[in-house]
Design a protein around this ligand. Structure first.
Ligand code: C5P
Length: 224
């Protein structure tokens, strides 16, 4: 059986990551969360108080940044690491969510992370989710999916996820964050969020999680 690349793009909070993870598991593929890489870069920039408008400062921060994934020995899960430290939880905080789209606009940040993502997908057999995977990172991906869902439904799902981790965030704050990120991500100059012409669009507003996973797995099996 041949191995393919599956690119899953879409708006913030559509369930791309959990769907991509389940699709990868079903196919025995590697899952790569490109958003986690932008989030880890953002945390690094925040920690270093990087001035985003200063190219030298950005370059310096990029030079001292190592972003990647490792298996966490405590739970066996693949989690995000920044300069050798596990940052899986810290990159999901509102502090990072509120800043990530500003950092992701920067050309040099994108160049660095896109090149790492392309290396990670070189051997195929990967499911990668993000905003520009089907358009920029893997324009030749065998399967491209573009996920959408109603903003209020996305915010409710995200609130539930945050609640499950023991935190409480007002729904309006989540709606504003998702909306703001969608606008910034879609209107930026560097590889904006947009549906690739050859992507299959899936609206998950009223789909059961298992159904959206099955749909993508079936589409993948047609290509394998
Ligand atoms: O996927 P997630 O919501 O964790 O992504 C966080 C942010 O990272 C997005 O809002 C976007 O600004 C940025 N991102 C990006 N390109 C990607 C993945 C994420 O610009 N491929």
């Amino acid at each position: 059986m041949s191995k393919i690349v599956i690119a899953i793009d879409g708006f913030s909070g559509c369930g791309k990551s959990s769907t991509a993870k389940a699709v990868a598991k079903a196919l025995g593929y590697t899952y790569i969360d490109s958003g986690a890489m932008y989030r880890a870069a953002t945390l690094h920039f925040l920690n270093n108080r990087t001035v985003l408008t200063n190219p030298k400062d950005v370059e310096k921060s990029l030079g001292s940044m190592e972003v990647g994934f490792q298996i966490n020995p405590n739970n066996g899960k693949q989690e995000a690491y920044l300069n050798g430290l596990n940052v899986e939880d810290e990159i999901r905080t509102m502090r990072v969510s509120d800043y990530v789209s500003e950092v992701s606009k920067i050309k040099e940040v994108r160049q660095e992370l896109v090149s790492q993502q392309q290396k990670l997908g070189k051997k195929k057999g990967v499911v990668m989710d993000g905003r520009d995977i089907g358009t920029v990172v893997f324009p030749d991906a065998e399967l491209k999916v573009f996920m959408t869902a109603d903003l209020s439904i996305r915010a409710e799902r995200r609130q539930k996820e945050i609640l499950e981790k023991g935190d409480l965030v007002e729904i309006q704050k989540i709606i504003d964050n998702l909306d703001e990120r969608d606008k910034t991500d879609s209107s930026r100059k560097e590889s904006p969020l947009k549906k690739a012409e050859d992507a299959v669009e899936i609206d998950t507003s009223f789909l059961e999680f298992e159904d959206q996973v099955d749909r993508i797995v079936s589409l993948a099996k047609e290509k394998i």
